[in-house]
Design a protein around this ligand. Structure first.
Ligand code: ARG
Length: 459
C-alpha cells in the first residue's frame, strides 16, 4: 500500500524529501507492540458498543496477531510512504483482512493513539529501569556489607576530612538511588492515565466506553480533558528529569571510581572485564565503563532540555512538533538501561584495596576532629580545642608524623588534660566507632542501615 495518506484532499503528491522529512516510522516502530495492544483494546470496545460486528472484531484480532508475529520475526515491511508506526500497521491490517481493517480507526485519531502508545511504552520501560536500578542497589548492599569495617578517608573539598567506612560511602550511593526509585515510581502515577478517546482533540461522537479501554490496557483511569490528553507530554519531561538525576548520580559514582582506580589514589581495582587498554601505551588499563557512563550523563540532561523546549510554545492541542518527543525519550530509556546495567554488573567485582585506603586515611590528620572532641569532653570549649589541635597538626606536619605518632609528652604540652587514653580516639578505628548514631559511619550503624535497606527493598 503506497497511497498517500488522506489522498483525496490533495491534488499533488507529497514532495519526496518532505515525505522523508515528516516520516517517523524509522524510529517510532519501536512502539509497534504497544500500538497493537492499544488497537486491540480499542477494537474490543468498538465491538462492545456495536460498531464492530463479532466477525469484524475476530478479523482484527487475527490480523493484528499476524502483524505482531511479522514484526517479532523481523518480516514486517516498514514504509515511509505510510509515515509512522500507526499508519504502517493499519495499512497492513487492511491488506490482510480488508474492510474490517478500515473500521478500526473509528472514533480514534493518531493524536490520542500516539499519546496512548507512548504511555504504554514508557510504563513498560520504567518497570525495566526500576529492575536495573534495584539490581544496582542490591549489588551496592552486598559490597557495603563486605566493606562495613573498611576504613578510608572521607573527603570535603577533595581534601582528607575524617575517616569513614567504605561501606558507609557505598550506602550514600544507595540513598541517592532510593530517591531515584521514588521519583520514578511517582512518575508512573502520571504516565498511567489513558488519553485514548480524546480522538483528534475534542472527543468523539460515538458512544465510546473509555473506562473499558482504560481497564483493558491497565491504565488507572481515562484522562479528564480531551484537549490536554492529546497535547500533554509532562510525563515524558518528568521521566527525563528523573532520568537526568539518575545519570547525574551515576556520573558522580563514576568520577569517584575513576579517581580511586588511579595510581595516585589506588583505592580500588576495577576488574579487567570492565576496562580496556591503550593502542599505544602497553601498561594502560583504563576505567572505560565509568568514564563512558560519566560522559553519557550529558545526553540525558540534554534530552530533558530538548523536551522542555519542544513543549514550551505549543498552543493547544496536538501539533506535529510532538513527533519530536520520541527520539529524546527513547535515547533516555536506552542510556538509563545500559548505564544502570553496566554499573550493576561491575560493582560486585570492584575490589577495595583496604590497606591503601587505610594508609591514605592515616596520612591526612583525619582524626584531628576527634582530638578536639576529646579535649571538649575534658572540659575545654570547642573553639579553644580547635585552636589547640591546629597547633598539634602543625607539629605533626613539621615532623612528618600523624597525630597518633606524637608522644604523650608532646601532646600534654598542648593541654595537660590529655592522658594515655587519647591514643584510642586517635586511631582510625576508634574515630569511626564513636560515630555510632543513626546516619553515622560506625560499622555497627552501617550494618543497621544495610539491614533496614534490605527490609525496605523486600517490602
Ligand atoms: N507520528 C505522529 C507523532 O509522532 C503521530 C500523530 C500524528 N498526528 C497527526 N495529526 N499528524 O506525533
Amino acid at each position: 500500500n503506497t497511497e498517500k495518506l488522506s489522498s483525496a484532499r490533495f491534488a499533488e503528491a507529497t514532495d519526496a524529501f518532505v515525505e522523508e522529512f515528516t516520516a517517523s516510522v524509522t524510529f517510532d516502530q519501536r512502539m509497534a507492540l504497544q500500538d497493537i495492544q492499544g488497537s486491540l483494546a480499542h477494537a474490543a470496545m468498538l465491538g462492545k458498543i456495536g460498531i464492530l460486528t463479532e466477525q469484524e472484531l475476530a478479523d482484527i484480532r487475527r490480523g493484528l496477531a499476524q502483524i505482531e508475529g511479522e514484526i517479532e520475526r523481523g518480516e514486517f515491511v516498514w514504509s515511509i510512504k505510510q509515515e509512522d508506526v500507526h499508519m504502517n500497521i493499519e495499512a497492513r491490517l487492511t491488506d490482510l483482512i480488508g474492510i474490517a481493517g478500515k473500521k478500526l480507526h473509528t472514533g480514534r485519531s493518531r493524536n490520542d493513539q500516539v499519546a496512548t502508545d507512548i504511555r504504554l511504552y514508557l510504563r513498560d520501560e520504567v518497570a525495566n529501569i526500576l529492575l536495573q536500578l534495584e539490581r544496582l542497589q542490591s549489588a551496592l548492599l552486598d559490597v557495603a556489607e563486605r566493606e562495613a569495617d573498611t576504613i578510608m578517608p572521607g573527603f570535603t573539598h577533595l581534601q582528607v576530612a575524617q575517616p569513614v567506612t567504605f561501606g558507609h560511602h557505598l550506602m550514600a550511593w544507595f540513598e541517592m538511588l532510593s530517591r531515584d526509585k521514588d521519583r520514578l515510581q511517582d512518575c508512573i502515577k502520571r504516565i498511567n492515565v489513558m488519553p485514548l478517546g480524546a480522538a483528534a482533540l475534542a472527543g468523539t461522537s460515538y458512544p465510546i466506553d473509555r473506562f473499558m479501554t482504560a481497564e483493558l490496557l491497565g491504565f488507572s483511569r481515562p484522562s479528564n480533558n480531551s484537549l490536554d490528553s492529546v497535547s500533554d507530554r509532562d510525563f515524558a519531561i518528568e521521566f527525563a528529569a528523573a532520568g537526568s538525576l539518575i545519570m547525574m548520580h551515576l556520573s558522580r559514582f563514576s568520577e569517584e571510581l575513576v579517581l580511586w582506580a588511579s595510581a595516585q589514589f589506588d583505592f580500588i581495582d576495577i576488574p579487567d572485564a570492565f576496562c580496556t587498554g591503550s593502542s599505544i601505551m602497553p601498561q594502560k588499563k583504563n576505567p572505560d565503563v565509568p568514564e563512558l557512563v560519566r560522559g553519557k550523563s550529558g545526553r540525558v540532561a540534554g534530552h530533558l532540555i530538548s523536551l522542555l523546549m519542544l513543549m514550551k510554545s505549543q498552543p493547544l492541542a496536538y501539533n506535529k512538533d510532538n513527533q519530536e518527543d520520541k527520539e529524546p525519550l527513547f535515547d533516555t530509556v536506552d542510556t538509563l538501561l545500559n548505564c544502570l546495567r553496566a554499573f550493576a554488573d561491575m560493582m560486585p567485582h570492584v575490589k577495595a584495596k583496604r590497606d591503601n585506603m587505610y594508609r591514605s586515611a592515616k596520612r591526612g590528620f583525619a582524626t584531628a576532629t576527634d582530638l578536639a572532641d576529646y579535649l571538649v569532653r575534658k572540659g575545654m570549649a570547642f573553639r579553644d580545642a580547635h585552636e589547640v589541635v591546629g597547633q598539634a597538626v602543625r607539629l605533626g606536619l613539621e615532623s612528618g608524623r600523624d597525630l597518633s605518632e606524637l608522644t604523650l609528652v608532646e601532646l600534654q604540652n598542648f593541654s595537660n588534660t590529655i592522658n594515655e587514653d587519647v591514643f584510642e580516639i586517635l586511631k582510625l578505628e576508634g574515630s569511626v566507632a564513636l560515630r555510632n548514631h543513626i546516619g553515622g559511619t560506625a560499622p555497627e550503624q552501617v550494618r543497621k542501615a544495610i539491614a533496614a535497606a534490605r527490609l525496605q527493598m523486600a517490602g
